[in-house]
Design a protein around this ligand. Structure first.
Ligand code: HEM
Length: 806
């Protein structure tokens, strides 16, 4: 068996290399990114699938090729359909056909990309399907397993429902499916049934079919052992491993359907015990037992479930897996460590200092150039060095800019202990303090993040719309008309009022709650972020000393106001409150203790900073872009006047977020352990950053990227890794629902009564405010009152302007 295992590993590596070469030449960038990412990131799945090649008595090349190709295709389609979720369920179903037809050599081949936003994969998917079909046809017992396999694989289409982001809609759909399609013969709950169906594995039946003497009763016995039990175990183990990431990114997690964590673990342990005790009784029982316990050990050896907070539960599951699992677990862990080391020892290919190339200028000059001309600098580097280059700054380790979608995905999905985004955000420490959850990593970050998520959840924000509209109406009514007007300071005051209300609540009147004093103090204090002493700490001791001292003074004053608000709240009842302060006061640290005062202060300040500067700057860009693009403005006003929903408004905001993302890059990730991405292995102290700006201006993804054209978002939605204004993964912006509500409300309110024309011929250039960019002159525009024409705007004061290409 050991020799077969070694043979299987070598053959799997060979097959994977061949698929990797093919994937690298896929013409459409989004599909290429999905294919490469699945190959790099989900390699464990393929290696797990190829283990089934040990089941037959004799080695079988066709079986191994089939197992590898099928798993590669499965993982690839999982990503492709998730990222094409915007194309609707028809797209998911059409793509899913590939999984069925790959195992049905006689079926006609469909057009899998019929509903998908991208289509040209250079024949990659078809090659995978045909490889599987050819291999199936060579398995002697295939006819016997075919009906069961096709039924199981068809039911896997249920997977696509998991990509539905709205939890209530998703759960209803999954429950309905389970009740309709999957009779409860085994005492499983609805979510266990859907979990098992979504993880149906044809592998074991394919392995049986490789035996020339495959008997029907053996097929039936293996089928009923694996389905639903082994499938359910795999689905739940997968969910157990990813639960922290799933919670952070608000993705569906099967394991969190159980009432408590203890109940989930108990149930999972019982299911594991069941499959382990049944395995030896199956045909070829010894190998089945090794395989089953090997799979459990592989899952439990994942680094994410070996942290201090998960170690005890992982041990408990390993005990349920039996003696072989316990023996195999350290071996699987050692194997993972060896694989990481092997990756590390690979020499970097192009640069003697271990970093991609970058402009060969002193860090001081590069820091200044990037600060002054960020767009031009990034584009120049990309033209010279491609989608990956290094930027050297004073007072910061080397920053590697990534703008290839596949590389960005690999980076953003890396385990929490490999890349530390918290550490990468240290630039804002003077404002948010050292105990802000935004600057922490791993479990501590998650604990803080979890505490604030409910206050920013979609459902909670939905209930705020009328209050936000009230603030917007009141603020915008006072904006002067017919004169050039910088909107950014007004937008900051507005968005700050909204976030302060979200944090401290609505119960007390604005003037009496100390919030208006806090707003004024924060506005003054954050004036620092537009000053050059902020990005260049060295100046704080020289010419920028006075500016810095002022900042420190205002910070103390702001802290005092926050302290008073916290103390006041501690004295009153928190019952029924769903504001962020109430959530933070109720939250517990990883050791069970409540948050200290400085933790509360730092987390509140983080929400204040992240929750208003961003939205205000994004709106400032929106007004610049709409003022300089009359056709888009006209169409938006028509939609508002006709009361025709908010399709174009949403597309306009999406295009603003694409064209002028306020974050030019997601928070830099500090490399803690070596990680291979693309052609490079990065090591500490490098910092990696996903360059949102370059990604959003990639002509392969967005044709004519410099044009402001909201229509592109009506024609199709890009995959999540092609459009990253909110970042992704564990750090994905938790405030996106609030930001969208504010942006929609402000734009609708302003354009209901006014038009916006530019105050100068050119769009304003970017100017840094801490880690985001804003229009340098504060987004100066002229607002003109207009007569509302319910049947659509017939004339526009800017009608002589041409659409601007920016
Ligand atoms: C248009 C407005 C906004 C944009 C474009 C934006 C964008 C972003 C981005 C790109 C990140 C980093 C994600 C990453 O590195 O992967 C982020 C993080 C964050 N955003 Fe937003 N954001 C906006 C509004 C808001 C609002 C209104 C809030 C409300 C409090 C908010 C709270 C946060 C927080 C707390 C984080 C850090 C999350 C963590 O550390 O886990 N943001 N945002």
């Amino acid at each position: 068996m050991t020799r077969t295992l070694l043979w299987g590993r070598r053959a799997t590596t060979r097959e994977l290399h061949a698929w990797h070469r093919r994937a690298a030449s896929i013409p459409d960038a989004p599909i290429r990114a999905d294919a490469l990412d699945a190959l790099v990131h989900k390699r464990d799945n393929v290696e797990g699938a190829s283990l089934f090649s040990i089941l037959p008595k004799y080695r079988n090349e066709s079986l191994l090729r089939l197992l590898v190709a099928y798993q590669v295709m499965w993982d690839f389609l999982d990503s492709v359909s998730e990222h094409g979720a915007c194309a609707g369920q028809a797209n998911g179903r059409q793509l899913h056909r590939a999984l069925v037809e790959a195992l049905d050599p006689e079926a006609p081949i469909s057009d899998y990309y019929r509903h998908h936003p991208w289509k040209d994969d250079g024949g990659y998917l078809r090659a995978l399907v045909e490889t599987c079909r050819r291999s199936c046809a060579r398995l002697p017992g295939y006819r016997q397993v075919r009906p069961l396999i096709l039924r199981g694989v068809r039911d896997c289409a249920i997977q696509s429902l998991n990509h539905e982001r709205e939890p209530s809609r998703r759960d209803v759909a999954l429950k309905e499916w389970a009740e309709r399609e999957f009779a409860d013969e085994h005492g499983l709950s609805w979510f266990e049934r859907t979990a098992a169906a979504g993880a149906f594995m044809p592998h074991v039946l394919l392995a049986l079919a490789a035996e020339p003497s495959c008997k029907q009763e053996e097929v039936d016995a293996v089928y009923s052992a694996y389905f639903p039990w082994v499938s359910l175990t795999i689905s739940m183990l997968d969910s157990y491993i990813d639960r922290a990431d799933d919670t952070a990114s608000e993705s569906h997690s099967y394991i969190s359907h159980y009432a408590t964590e203890a109940a989930a673990l108990e149930r999972l342990a019982a299911i594991i015990r069941r499959i382990v005790s049944h395995a030896p009784g199956l045909p070829n029982g010894r190998r089945q037992a090794v395989l089953t316990e090997g799979i459990i050990a592989m899952y439990l050896s994942t680094a994410g479930v070996n942290t201090p907070s998960t170690r005890e539960s992982t041990r408990m599951l390993a005990r349920a897996g039996g003696s072989l699992t316990r023996v195999l677990l350290p071996i699987a862990r050692a194997w993972r460590v060896a694989r990481t080391r092997q990756t590390t020892s690979k020499e970097n290919k192009c640069s003697p200092n271990g970093f991609p190339p970058g402009l060969p200028l002193p860090p001081t000059i590069l820091t200044y150039v990037y600060w002054r001309w960020p767009f031009e600098y990034m584009k120049l580097c990309q033209t010279r060095y491609g989608r990956c280059f290094t930027h050297r700054m004073t007072s910061f380790p080397q920053l590697v800019f990534l703008s290839d979608p596949a590389e960005i995905r690999t980076m953003l999905a890396a385990p929490a202990e490999v890349l530390h985004p918290g550490e990468g955000g240290e630039k804002i420490t003077p404002i948010v303090g050292t105990s802000s959850f935004m600057l922490l990593d791993e479990d501590e970050h998650l604990a803080g993040r979890r505490a604030v998520l409910p206050a920013l959840a979609k459902r909670t924000i939905g209930r705020e719309s009328e209050r936000v509209a009230e603030i917007v109406r009141r603020s915008t009514a006072s904006w002067p008309r017919d004169v050039p007007l910088p909107l950014h300071p007004r937008l900051r005051a507005l968005t700050l009022e909204v976030i302060l209300r979200r944090i401290f609540g609505w119960r007390e009147p604005w003037s009496e709650s100390g919030l208006s004093a806090l707003r004024d103090s924060v506005l003054t204090m954050l004036g620092i972020t537009g000053n050059v002493v902020f990005p260049l700490p060295i100046l704080r001791h020289g010419p920028g000393r006075t500016v810095w001292e002022h900042f420190l003074e205002y910070r103390s004053a702001t802290d005092e106001l926050i302290r008073a608000l916290i103390d006041e709240r501690r004295e009153t009842t928190a019952a029924g409150r769903e504001d962020a302060l109430a959530m933070l006061l109720a939250a517990r640290n990883t050791d069970g203790s409540p948050m200290t005062h400085s933790q509360l202060r730092d987390n509140l300040m983080s929400l204040i900073l992240a929750g208003h500067e961003t939205t205000a700057s994004q709106l400032a860009w929106a007004f610049q872009l709409l003022a300089h693009n009359p056709p888009a403005q006209t169409r938006l006003i028509e939609e508002i006047d006709e009361n025709a929903g908010d399709e174009y408004l949403t597309a306009t905001i999406q295009e603003v977020l694409r064209h002028r993302p306020v974050f030019l890059f997601a928070i830099p990730r500090a490399v803690k352990r070596p990680i291979e991405i693309g052609a490079w292995t990065y090591r500490p102290p490098a910092h990696l950053l996903a360059c949102i700006y370059l990604l959003h201006h990639d002509p392969d993804i967005y044709p004519e990227p410099e044009r402001f054209r909201p229509e592109r978002f009506l024609e199709g939605q890009p995959s999540p890794y092609m459009w990253l204004p909110w970042g992704a993964g564990r750090k994905r912006c938790p405030g996106s629902h609030l930001a969208m509500l504010e942006m929609k409300t402000v734009l609708r309110t302003v354009f209901e009564s006014t038009t916006v024309s530019p105050a100068s011929r050119h769009m304003e250039r970017p100017r840094w405010r801490s880690v985001i960019v804003t229009p340098h002159a504060g987004s100066r525009v002229v607002l003109r009152r207009r007569e509302r024409e319910p049947q659509g705007l017939r004339t526009a004061p800017w009608r002589n302007c041409k659409e601007t290409v920016l």
